[in-house]
Design a binder for this molecule. Structure first.
Ligand SMILES: *Cc1c(COP(=O)(O)O)cnc(C)c1O
Length: 431
């Protein structure tokens, strides 16, 4: 048995002074019906909690830690930047270098603006799309999560789905009235929506491979058709690649699927574990951003020296040959291992994954193609599986509607140990 006394004490102290005891809702472990563990430190693919328990980490800070924790090159880059000062509110070479690398790696990005989070990136991209088109409405897909800005809190994934909050109090009706929604992977519904509203739509924003309702790959014709129709209607197509960027391929989902959006939102991996987001795209659109153009967007800490150093070092490592093949093989080994283990013990579930991320949807008998499908998952079974895995030293996402992330630091041995833990957890669940 793991002991969690110190975590329990920390959580009690936290709840006195932080709402729910956490600075982001899913960290509270509510949907898996246990108390959260507090982390002391991390190294490679392992987390160590305040009670001295070690875990194989499949959250990777919810995506950013694709190299694993404490990668020597990232640490060295941050340490070197620290010597020079932590923030100037003025321009630095590192910002140019990071922007250049992003432009070189991501097919749809000619110019890029750095911000501090994925939320900032998506809200800025939508403002820009509205400024560029002079239109008001936006379209998002059910179960996709685009950060916590007002206009996106409609049928949102991730923590919003996990806590079953339909939208959120505090979001004015007028704001969400400009957000239209459609089911993912449903071209018929999209066609009807475009027929009705096409001329008023500024932007369609989509996770090209949604990972915030669990991992849901797009049907073969979904992204290409979405691209064609938005182009015909003069709608700005925004790929929210905050998770998929630099994970599905060096150039993200747009490289992997060969579909190039007008704007791209980035986050998570580009900060290498420090707070960075970015939005970028076609030069003609990006030229509308202040001070070149009239669309205002700013940030005191944007392009922060430590954050850009971590991001640059991370992208540098990811640019090396063979890195993505390795991530792909290990991601596949994990997904296949989990699927086979579940089948051996007769646990009903569907495992879906792509590249180095995967989700086990409990209680499913067929593919999960959209949010409605995902919501039919057995979240109680997921909660039991999560707790059984945590007890066996494997730290999965504390909610069904998320992904497990594999990093470069997850070796074959660790994947093997994880699959064995799952084998034993499934057996417990089935028994
Ligand atoms: C995490 C995430 C965001 C929000 O990023 P934050 O840095 O948490 O604000 C936006 N879009 C997607 C697809 C995400 O996964």
């Amino acid at each position: 048995m793991h002991h969690h006394q110190m975590s329990a004490r920390a959580f009690e102290a936290a709840r006195e002074v932080i709402p729910g005891g956490v600075n982001s809702p899913v960290r509270a472990f509510k949907s898996v019906q246990c108390d959260p563990v507090f982390i002391e430190r991390a190294s490679g693919c392992r987390l160590f909690d305040v009670d001295g328990n070690a875990y194989l980490d499949y959250i990777g800070s919810w995506g950013p830690m694709i190299l694993g924790h404490g990668h020597p090159e990232v640490r060295a880059a941050v340490a070197a930047a620290l010597e020079d000062g932590t923030s100037f509110g003025a321009s630095t070479w590192r910002e140019v270098a990071l922007a250049r690398r992003i432009v070189d790696m991501v097919p749809g990005i000619d110019m890029v603006r750095l911000v501090n989070s994925g939320t900032e990136a998506t809200m800025s991209a939508v403002r820009l799309a509205r400024g560029f088109t002079g239109r008001k409405k936006i379209v998002k897909f059910d179960g996709c999560y685009h950060g916590h800005a007002d206009g996106f809190l409609v049928k949102a994934g991730s923590g919003v789905a996990t806590l079953a909050i339909p939208g959120s109090p505090g979001v004015p009706d007028e704001v969400v009235a400009a957000t239209l929604t459609a089911p993912f992977n449903d071209l018929e519904a999209l066609e009807a929506l475009f027929d009705r509203e096409g001329g008023d739509i500024a932007a369609v924003i989509v996770e090209p491979v949604p990972a915030n309702m669990g991992v849901v790959p797009p049907d073969g014709d979904f992204l290409p058709t979405l691209r064609r129709w938005t182009e015909e209607l003069g709608i700005v197509l925004v790929f929210d690649e905050v998770i998929t960027g630099f994970r599905l391929a060096p150039g993200g989902a747009q490289e992997r699927f060969g579909v190039v959006p007008d704007l791209t939102c980035l986050g998570k991996i580009i900060g290498g574990g420090l707070p960075v987001g970015a939005y970028g795209g076609r030069r003609e659109i990006m030229a509308q951003v202040a001070p070149d153009g009239p669309v205002y967007q700013a940030g005191t800490l944007s392009g922060n020296p430590l954050a850009t150093a971590a991001g640059l070092a991370t992208l540098e490592v990811l640019s090396r040959p063979g890195v993505y093949d390795l991530l792909e093989e290990r991601g596949r080994a994990l997904a296949e291992g989990l699927g086979e283990a579940a089948r051996r013990h007769g646990v009903a579930c569907t495992v879906q994954g792509i590249a180095s991320m995967a989700t086990v949807f409990f209680g499913q008998t067929g593919p999960v193609r959209n949010f409605d499908d995902a919501l039919r998952s057995d979240t109680g079974a997921y909660a039991r599986f999560f707790r059984a895995m945590l007890e066996r030293g494997v730290y999965l996402a504390p909610a069904q509607f998320e992904a497990a992330f594999v990093s470069l630091a997850h070796g074959w041995d660790e994947i093997e140990v994880t699959v064995q833990a799952a084998e034993s957890a499934f057996k417990e669940l089935a028994g």
